[in-house]
Write a protein that binds this ligand. Structure first.
Ligand code: NAD
Length: 249
């Protein structure tokens, strides 16, 4: 078991077909105790129950610093520590540069980037205290290639910000034995992309993916497992692409 007895917080893991939920299932299967944080507390609790005994699901808007602190305190009060945090909660919006209004900019940046900062700030003191921890930040290929398929430029900017934030935290907290890494998924079939892809569009996208398939949530979950576990014991500040070759550096 790669995560035996590890206390693992995963944000945005209530969505049934999402990357967070697949990661929660894989972490639980590897012995981790999973705490799902999502907007809807009932959905988060139901998702946690679905994982089996001993897991938890709480309401938490990651863009709300007080909520992040309160949810993390609940975890530390009950389990004594946080071993791993997966900053997965995210939203996108398919608009062009000239269409981005102030409210959309705030919304996209707040959930994807501010949320990553606030949840990391909430979890880091516990990780520092035990001189161990792993933070995994879900960015996107959109950050690396100037747009993915569905995200607007503000989404690319937010996800690029996540990469910079994760690298800076990796440098700052390396001395505390806390590793911080990012995952950059390509096009993954989840609710974020559901219903937005017709056959012609799909064919065109597949031509640009050497592995000739879209990703699924488990593909990303496996990269998160590697980074959260001791398999990645000397890996920090890294960016792991999970994109089927859509972008090769
Ligand atoms: P999803 O919509 O299935 O899941 C996102 C989850 O985040 C949902 O459960 C939602 O309720 C939750 N959430 C939204 N706002 C929140 C907030 N303020 N606080 C807490 N939770 C919140 O989407 P997904 O495709 O599984 O996306 C997961 C992550 O992967 C996101 O960060 C997304 O940007 C990223 N990503 C997805 C793809 C893709 O193709 N699906 C590609 C690259 C990156």
């Amino acid at each position: 078991m790669l995560l035996a007895d590890k206390i693992c917080i995963i944000t945005g893991a209530a969505s049934e077909r999402g990357i967070g939920r697949a990661t929660a299932r894989l972490f639980a299967a590897q012995g981790g105790r999973v705490i799902i944080l999502d907007l809807d507390g009932d959905a988060a609790a139901a998702a946690a129950r679905d994982l089996g005994e001993g897991h938890r699901g709480y309401a938490c808007d990651v863009a709300d610093k007080t909520a992040c602190e309160a949810a993390t305190k609940r975890v530390v009060d009950e389990f004594g520590r946080v071993d791993a945090l997966v900053n997965n909660a995210g939203i996108t919006q398919p608009v062009k540069t000239l269409e981005i209004d102030a409210a959309s900019y705030d919304r996209i940046l707040d959930v994807n980037l501010r949320g990553t900062l606030y949840m990391s700030q909430a979890a880091l003191p516990s990780m520092k205290a035990q001189r161990a921890g792993s933070i995994v930040c879900i960015s996107s290929v959109s950050a690396q290639r100037g747009g993915g398929i569905f995200g607007g430029p503000h989404y690319s900017a937010a996800k690029a910000g996540v990469l910079g934030l994760a690298k800076a935290m990796a440098r700052e907290f390396g001395p505390d034995n806390i590793r911080v890494n990012s995952v950059t998924p390509g096009l993954i079939q989840t609710d974020i992309t559901a219903g937005k892809l017709d056959d012609a569009m799909r064919e065109k996208i597949l031509e640009g993916i050497p592995m000739r398939r879209l990703g699924d949530a488990q593909d990303v979950a496996r990269a998160c497992l590697f980074l959260a576990s001791d398999l990645a014991s000397y890996t920090t500040g890294a960016v792991i692409d999970v994109n089927g070759g859509m972008l090769i550096h």
